[in-house]
Design a protein. Structure first.
Lengths: 273, 215
C-alpha cells in the first residue's frame, strides 16, 4: 500500500513539474512573440517613415504621420529617445535624397531634412505621459539629456506649426470639437513653454538651410545658413489669442463658447496665464 | 473747377469694385528682381491717386517675406515699400518716421498660393503683436472683406493716406476685390505689420530690407 502511495505521489510531482515547465515555456514564448511583434511594429513604422514615397514633401511631412504615430505609441520612452537621438546624429551627418540626379550637396541636405522631419514627427506624436517620462529620466541625469531638450523643442514646433495651426489657421469650419483639439495641442505647447529649463531648448545645426540667391546676392550663388531654433516662452499667449479670434469669428461657436459650461471651461484654458 | 471733377473721377474709380482701377501706378524704369528663378519687376517710383490728388512716392526697399514652417523656410511674398518723397524713413523707428507721411504703399507679390484667410490670420497676428486692437470696428471691417484665394503670381496692394486729423484711409487691392476703410491711424496700424515689432525673426529680416537698413 505504501509503495503505491509513493508511486502516486512521485507521479503527481512529476506531472506538476511538467505542467509548470510547460507554463513557463508558454509564457516565455508569449514574451518572445510579444517582443518580436513589438520590434516588428517599430521597425516597419520606421521603414515607412523614411521611405522615399513618404518623404517627397516635408512641409509638413504628412505622409510620415501615420507611421510616426504608430511608432510613438508603440515605443517605450527609452526606445523613442534612442531613435530620436539616432535621427539627430544623422541630421549632422547626412543621408539620402529623393532627387533623380542629386548633387553631393543635395544628398547631404535632403538626408538631413528627412531625418529631422522623422525626429520631429516622433516627438510630436508621443503621448504626454511618455514625453514627461523622457524629460524625467533625462533632464539633469540621463545619457540623452541634450537629446531630451531637442525632443521638447521639435515637439513644440510641430505641435504649433502643424497640429495647432491645422485647426486654428487652416480649417474652413470650426466647431466645439475643433476647440477641444486646439486646447489639447495648446496645453502641450504651454507645458513645454513653461518648463523651468525652456532656455535650454535649442536646436543648432550649422549649414543646414539652403538659401537661394535673391536679386543676384552672393554673386547669384545659393548659400547655406545655420539652423538655429529656440522657443519664445511667451508665444503661447499669442497662440491663445489667435485661437480665440478664430473661434469667435464663427457666430454659432462664439455663442457656444460663452454660453455653455464646456465652452467657458475651454475658453478659460486659453485665457489662463 | 477742375479739382471737384478730379475728385469725382478718383472716387468713382475707387468705388467701382470688381473692375476697379488701381489707386497706385508704378512709374520709372523697373529693376528685374530674381526670386528663386522667377523675375519680378520693382519700380523705383509710384504715384498714389486719391481724393487728395496724386502723391509721388519713392521706393524705400524690397525683400522676401519668408516664414519658418517647422524647420523649413518658405517664401511667402515679395514685399515692395513706397512712401512720399518728403518722408525720410528712420531705420531705428520706422513707424514713428512714417506718422506724417502723405502716402504709403506696400505691394505684395505672392510667391505661393494661400487663402485670403491665411493672410488675414498672419496680419491679425502681427497687429496683435503690435498692440493694435484687432477687434476694432475698422480692422474687423477690413478683414470681413478679406476673401478668396491668392495664387502664386497674384498681387496685393496696400495704400494708405491721411484724411482729417488722425483719420487715415486704407485701401487694400486683392485680385478681385478692393477694400477701403477709414479709421484713426488705420493705415499706420497696418504698416506696423512690416515696420513695427516684427512678429518673428524672419519678419525682422524683411523689415530691415524694407527700411533700406539692409540691401
Amino acid at each position: 500500500m505504501k509503495n503505491i502511495l509513493a508511486l502516486f505521489l512521485t507521479m503527481g510531482l512529476l506531472s506538476s513539474c511538467g505542467i509548470k515547465e510547460m507554463a513557463d515555456e508558454a509564457r516565455d514564448n508569449l514574451r518572445k512573440t510579444g517582443n518580436a511583434v513589438h520590434l516588428q511594429v517599430l521597425t516597419v513604422a520606421l521603414q515607412e517613415m523614411v521611405a522615399p514615397v513618404n518623404t517627397e514633401s516635408l512641409t509638413p511631412p504628412v505622409r510620415m504621420f501615420p507611421a510616426g504615430e504608430t511608432f510613438s505609441n508603440e515605443a517605450s520612452a527609452r526606445e523613442a529617445t534612442e531613435v530620436f537621438h539616432t535621427f539627430l546624429v544623422d541630421v549632422k551627418l547626412g543621408g539620402m535624397t529623393t532627387k533623380a540626379n542629386p548633387t553631393p550637396r543635395d544628398v547631404r541636405l535632403e538626408g538631413r531634412k528627412v531625418s529631422l522631419a522623422a525626429a520631429g514627427v516622433i516627438s510630436a506624436f508621443l503621448p504626454h505621459q511618455k514625453f514627461a517620462e523622457i524629460l524625467d529620466n533625462q533632464v539633469g541625469r540621463g545619457r540623452y539629456e541634450d537629446t531630451a531638450y531637442v525632443i521638447a523643442l521639435t515637439r513644440y514646433t510641430y505641435l504649433r506649426d502643424f497640429f495647432f495651426a491645422s485647426v486654428v489657421e487652416r480649417s474652413e469650419r470650426v466647431n466645439m470639437d475643433s476647440v477641444r483639439k486646439a486646447v489639447e495641442y495648446f496645453s502641450e505647447i504651454k507645458y513645454i513653454a513653461k518648463l523651468p529649463y525652456v532656455d535650454r531648448l535649442r536646436l543648432y545645426v550649422p549649414q543646414f538651410v539652403l538659401v537661394p540667391s535673391v536679386d543676384g546676392s552672393n554673386n547669384g550663388q545659393d548659400t547655406l545658413e545655420d539652423l538655429d531654433i529656440t522657443i519664445n516662452p511667451t508665444e503661447y499667449k499669442l497662440l491663445a489669442r489667435k485661437a480665440i479670434r478664430r473661434f469667435e469669428r464663427d457666430e454659432v461657436l462664439k455663442d457656444q463658447l460663452y454660453n455653455t459650461e464646456e465652452g467657458q471651461r475651454l475658453l478659460a484654458i486659453f485665457q489662463a496665464e | 473747377m477742375m479739382k471737384p471733377f478730379l475728385s469725382l473721377a478718383v472716387g468713382i474709380a475707387l468705388l467701382s469694385a470688381g473692375s476697379f482701377g488701381s489707386v497706385v501706378q508704378m512709374t520709372g524704369t523697373p529693376k528685374d528682381v530674381d526670386v528663386a528663378g522667377k523675375i519680378y519687376k520693382v519700380h523705383p517710383t509710384a504715384t498714389l491717386n486719391t481724393l487728395n490728388g496724386p502723391t509721388e512716392l519713392k521706393l524705400t526697399g524690397y525683400g522676401v517675406r519668408q516664414k519658418s514652417v517647422a524647420f523649413v523656410k518658405v517664401n511667402v511674398y515679395l514685399a515692395t515699400s513706397y512712401v512720399d518723397l518728403d518722408t525720410q524713413i528712420s531705420t531705428n523707428n520706422p513707424i514713428d518716421s512714417m506718422k506724417n507721411s502723405k502716402g504709403r504703399v506696400i505691394v505684395l507679390d505672392m510667391l505661393r498660393t494661400m487663402s485670403a484667410a491665411d493672410i488675414r490670420t498672419a496680419f491679425e497676428e502681427a497687429l496683435d503683436v503690435n498692440g493694435v486692437d484687432v477687434n476694432s470696428k475698422a480692422v474687423q471691417s477690413v478683414f470681413s472683406k478679406f476673401t478668396g484665394d491668392l495664387r502664386e503670381g497674384d498681387r496685393i496692394i496696400l495704400a494708405s493716406y491721411p484724411g482729417e486729423r488722425a483719420a487715415e484711409t486704407l485701401v487694400i487691392e486683392l485680385p478681385k476685390t478692393q477694400i477701403q476703410e477709414t479709421g484713426n491711424f488705420l493705415g499706420l496700424d497696418f504698416w506696423k505689420i512690416w515696420f513695427g515689432e516684427p512678429v518673428d525673426a524672419l519678419m525682422g529680416e524683411l523689415k530691415s530690407r524694407l527700411t533700406g537698413a539692409k540691401k
